[in-house]
Design a protein around this ligand. Sequence first.
Ligand code: ATP
Length: 426
Amino acid sequence: MIIGIDDTDSKTAGMCTTYLGALVVERISALVQSTVPYLLRLNPNVRFKTRGNAAVAFDVVLDKREMEKVKQICCNLIEEFAVLSDPNTHPGIVFLTKEQAAGIRSRLEDFSFRAVRDFITIAEAKNFLRDCHIAHVGYKNGRGLIGALAAAGLVFNSLPDHTYELITYRKPENWGRKRFLVEKSVWAADSLSYPHTWDTVDYHNCRIVCSPHGPDPVLFGIRGDDVNAIEHASKIIQSEPIEKRLLYITNQGTDMHITDSSVAEAMDGRSYKIKGMVTEPPYAISGGHVIFTIKDPTGRIDCAAFEPTKNFRWLIKQLETGDIVTVYGSVKNNTVNIEKINIGQLSPRVTIRNPVCCACGKRMKSAGRGQGYRCKKCKTTSSIPEEIETLPQLAPGLYETPPVARRHLAKPLIRCNDWTLVHPSR
Ligand code: ATP
């Protein structure tokens, strides 16, 4: 059976769906055999999300006689730990047997992929569950059933790509207090495990990024491709006492949310890879955001490197009109929020200088705004500046936002195998 759970926490209270997942694993482990649990990130643009739009799922083998007991344990945990008092918390739990799933494989796959890339209504999720006689419990308006069913479906159909995250949790008496981690030990854990782990720290911006700041019970999470390296890194970190730790298989860092699109087909709230030509040089707007526009045969769209992307904005500022780029990111208010950019063909860079006097060979001076150039000595004039072609300061290839600004689903370039045209942020 696959158990999917979603929407148990709130922005203000100290909970997290992954923590509930850790409690489920603890309480049902005597009754079931289970594989590593799953942490699944769904569409990052969903308005109802608390933080990272996460759902959890468990692939368990159990004796039919234990089934009702396991269901009861899970529901009791939700009733005890979910923040049901929060008006935005609507938990959902789904119990999908493998026999049921096998008969609806492609319908499940379609639902799960749409949950990662698109929007689904509560009614659609409830109809699906009812039509297919899938056991479930929806609390309050049951919105969590969307994520719970999507998560179960992703596990049944196997993830096309996956990574791991080991999450450690704080003792309840410390929830809400400032987290204590020995900073040096976090940097050491990173340098001894990178590139098999990533996003523990952000080198360029001198920040620890593996530990959240909110009231939730997470102390830190180590992400990576290699379970041994992750374990090793987690043991190096010195911190306040850890209550629990759990390794999850996840779709984080896989770009599962991204699909190819033309400019005209791109819709708000979805994430795309769009190729186009830069139509004018990037410019900064108040707040430190850098904006430029691309066009393809179907239209034009603005692209933004927002302030939180920090040093990535300096790269974007070097783009010029005529550059061919492919931007990756989600569309909001008709603007692509760039997560990655592939710089393809670079247009020639042209620097403008005052022209040379044809009589004496010296550089002319400006004759005033809009009045061309003049040689003081020879009195010759010219209206045409000298244009010099220079080499672009940019190299073609893929660039990414730094770890401080990375979305959970965005694939870090350190995971890409083609090193010739990839420029990881570190
Ligand atoms: P946490 O990370 O702490 O678990 P969260 O950021 O995952 O919190 P939730 O509290 O789970 O946020 O809220 C997200 C809600 O959006 C859930 O009810 C989930 O079922 C729903 N949801 C997820 N994906 C979609 C989607 N593609 N379309 C519509 N609703 C979705």
